[in-house]
Design a protein around this ligand. Structure first.
Ligand code: MN
Length: 209
């Protein structure tokens, strides 16, 4: 998704919509993917349609070079492109059989955190601390150093030069149908379906010699 260009399209879920139940229910997944993420895809295409000079920019390019776009569309492109980028990472980062951190990522987690339980606690604490809508992410910098970052609304780690390995969406639409106001309960469910194989592969690509 990061390297795709205008016109953007909704990537299919990499698993059936009911695959994450009972941790994340089918109706939540369908509405989240087909309505919310689709809304960002459509919004981004609508903004860029009259601006063919930017059609060669990738999704990441639109976020990284956002400050070079015309003022009148900068903020809205950042919101819509951010919504596409963050949702792509969120959905790709889930799996009914995601395993546990492995390889280089496992080594780094052991070096930087006292245990996987410690990492979990820090990610969930970060996700609970997001006021209103946003995300918590386990990110890597270009050198492989891990950090846990909160983001408001549809801000992304791209302008910070960070790569998201694990993304949790804490907008209420991500959990309200099943968990209502219980963000902590949603986070415990989400933790059960993190795609650590995906995160481990992404990390291995970043730090490969
Ligand atoms: Mn969302």
């Amino acid at each position: 998704m990061e390297e795709t260009r205008y016109p953007f399209s909704l990537p299919p879920l990499p698993y059936p919509a009911d695959a994450l139940a009972p941790f994340i229910d089918e109706e939540t997944m369908r509405i989240h993917h087909e309505k919310h993420m689709q809304g960002y895809v459509d919004g981004l295409n609508r903004l860029l349609a009259p601006c063919p000079q930017f059609h060669s920019l990738t999704l990441c390019g639109l976020l990284r070079y956002n400050h070079l776009l015309p003022y009148k569309i900068q903020v809205e492109v950042a919101r819509q492109a951010g919504g596409v980028y963050n949702h792509a990472n969120y959905f790709e980062g889930l799996s009914p059989s995601g395993g546990a951190p492995e390889g280089r990522l496992l080594q780094r987690v052991k070096n930087q955190f006292s245990s996987l339980a410690d990492l979990k606690n820090r990610i969930l604490t970060c996700a609970l601390s997001v006021f209103g809508s946003g995300y918590a992410m386990l990110c890597s910098d270009g050198g492989g150093k891990l950090s846990i970052q909160p983001f408001q609304n549809q801000q992304t780690p791209v302008p910070l030069g960070l790569y998201p390995l694990v993304t949790v969406d804490v907008w209420e639409h991500a959990y309200y149908l099943k968990e209502q106001n219980r963000r902590a309960a949603y986070l415990e469910s989400w933790w059960q379906v993190v795609n650590w194989q995906h995160a481990s592969r992404q990390y291995a690509c970043l730090v490969s010699d």
